[in-house]
Design a protein around this ligand. Structure first.
Ligand code: 5AD
Ligand code: SF4
Length: 475
């Protein structure tokens, strides 16, 4: 039993199933038994990708087929992201581009959902300036899509469903996965951290963990369907289970999943340095199916900036964790991170601490962002004297440094043998295949197509800048 979390009841789910059947019937009549097409456009993080896979699962049950072509679809859903302004601008541009199509085809439904919609000023803008949008729903009611779509299809009124709540958990929602080898598995939702720049806690609600048995059930199902790389998702997976009764730690969950029979690899994201424990690092090192890839965003290398961001750790604490991980996992460890450049009030001197941390860290990949002001967050009220152009110069300096660091890191792998999952065709030549290491690096090697979809041991023969070249181990 969890405390504080409202699970969607069986009755509510049954009601949605009922609506799903009604939509199916209605579409069947409207389009003479021919399946209408739906197009789901996803912005942002993996949690959104996972939500879209549930949206597609529900649409599939309602009788839709799928297309990538927006102007061939009878239903277009934009699943939006609010983390940065740039992503929001793209949504407005892309929705605006559908106006003519919608006006020429009144039976088409245009829908918007996701994090952007949970912000009142955005929902208001859609209401006023985008009158051809039929349906808008927030992050807490995705499971109600059948009911909302039924209403949008049967009434002349626009449907807005945007409750501002702490969040719910809905189990058993159908899912249609994009890949047949990689699966996303959300283990928790929401965020309690309130980093001062971030909108996520406001639009995704409070942290809530799925029950262990629900996760294990879905995990086994995914394995039985043949998925090989399973990524556990949460804004802060390290606080998984703190709201469950009895409490379960993320490490314990990983160990349970690692014990499940089958040939698969477990990945997870995102870890927060504040809650990342030595126990988690030991678990990663000890569990053979848990990938030795740590995505641990540090955001800034300067302690004053980290404090202003409300991150809850120092540069020294971060490095202590990283060094412990390096000690236990050696060359098989890959580190990746997120960095924000130009937080309000950050000086160039302070930014240089980020550069030196990047150098010391030795990450194989970085996701770097110029700070984007988010209305309603504490950082939005701070003075931000450094110009965008100046910040762009800083980020270019950071990327140049990371290219050197990455080349240096790639060299470390020469001569090493890693168990890799062969993902598909390579790019280095016709007979090359691409394979992914535990640490999420790509090794290309010569081999026959029958190896695609299997795990193989591959020895690195030549590190290139962004990929490794290798040879399959002869038995
Ligand atoms: N501006 C720029 N980057 C941001 N991120 C989150 N909020 C902002 C913002 N306001 C970045 C952080 C986070 C990643 C998912 O997005 O680096 O880790
Ligand atoms: Fe945003 Fe911080 Fe929560 Fe990540 S941990 S989602 S950056 S508030």
């Amino acid at each position: 039993m969890s405390v504080n979390t409202r699970s969607v009841t069986k009755d509510e789910l049954a009601l949605q199933k009922d609506y799903s059947n009604r939509v199916k019937q209605l579409l069947n009549n409207r389009y003479d038994g021919k399946k209408p097409l739906a197009c789901v456009v996803t912005y942002g993080c993996q949690q959104n990708v996972a939500d879209s896979e549930h949206i597609k699962g529900m649409l599939d049950k309602m009788g839709y087929d799928f297309t990538e072509d927006r102007q061939a679809a009878k239903l277009v859903i934009f699943n939006t992201c609010a983390v940065r302004e740039h992503a929001e601008d793209r949504v407005f541009g892309n929705v605006g581009a559908l106006k003519k199509y919608k006006l020429a085809n009144p039976d088409v439904v245009i829908a918007l959902c996701g994090c952007m919609m949970q912000q009142k000023h955005i929902a208001d803008k859609i209401k006023e300036s985008f009158p051809f949008v039929d349906l808008v729903f927030g992050t807490h009611v995705v499971h109600k899509l059948p009911e909302l779509l039924f209403k949008a299809l049967t009434s002349n009124r626009r449907v807005f469903e945007l409750p501002d709540i702490d969040g719910v958990i809905a189990e058993g929602i159908p899912v249609k996965r994009d890949s047949d080898s990689k699966a996303w598995l959300p283990i928790m939702y929401g965020c309690n951290n309130f980093c001062t720049y971030c909108i996520v806690p406001y639009v995704r609600g409070r942290e809530r963990s799925r029950q262990v048995d629900e996760i294990v059930r879905e995990f086994k199902q995914i394995v039985s369907e043949g998925y090989k790389e399973i990524t556990l998702l949460g804004q802060n997976v390290n606080s998984y289970g703190k709201d469950l009764e009895p409490q379960v730690s993320f490490s314990q969950l990983l160990r349970m999943l690692n014990d499940i029979d089958g040939d698969f690899r477990i990945r997870f994201m995102t870890s927060h340095p504040k809650d990342c424990t030595r126990e988690l690092i030991e678990t990663m090192a000890q569990c053979d199916k848990v990938a030795t890839h740590l995505h641990l965003p540090f955001q800034s290398g300067n302690n004053r900036v980290l404090k202003a961001m409300n991150r809850g750790y120092t540069r020294e604490k971060y490095l202590e964790l990283i060094n412990y991980a390096k000690e236990l996992m050696g060359d098989s460890l890959s580190i990746t991170s997120d960095i924000i450049v130009g937080f309000p009030g950050e000086t160039y001197e302070e930014f240089k601490d980020t550069l030196s941390l990047v150098d010391e860290l030795g990450a194989t990949g970085l996701f770097t962002f110029i700070y984007s002001k988010r209305e309603g967050t504490p950082a939005a009220k701070l003075d931000d004297p450094v110009s965008h152009d100046e910040k762009a110069k800083w980020i270019a300096e950071l990327l140049a440094l990371q290219e050197q660091v990455s080349a240096r890191e790639m060299k470390r792998h020469a001569g090493k043998t890693y168990k890799c999952y062969v993902t598909g065709k390579g790019k280095l030549g016709d007979n090359y295949l691409a394979a992914r290491t535990d640490g999420n690096l790509i090794i290309e090697f010569e081999g026959g197509d029958r190896l695609i979809g299997t795990f193989q041991n591959i020895t690195v023969t030549e590190p290139l800048t962004f990929v490794l070249k290798g040879e399959i181990e002869k038995n």
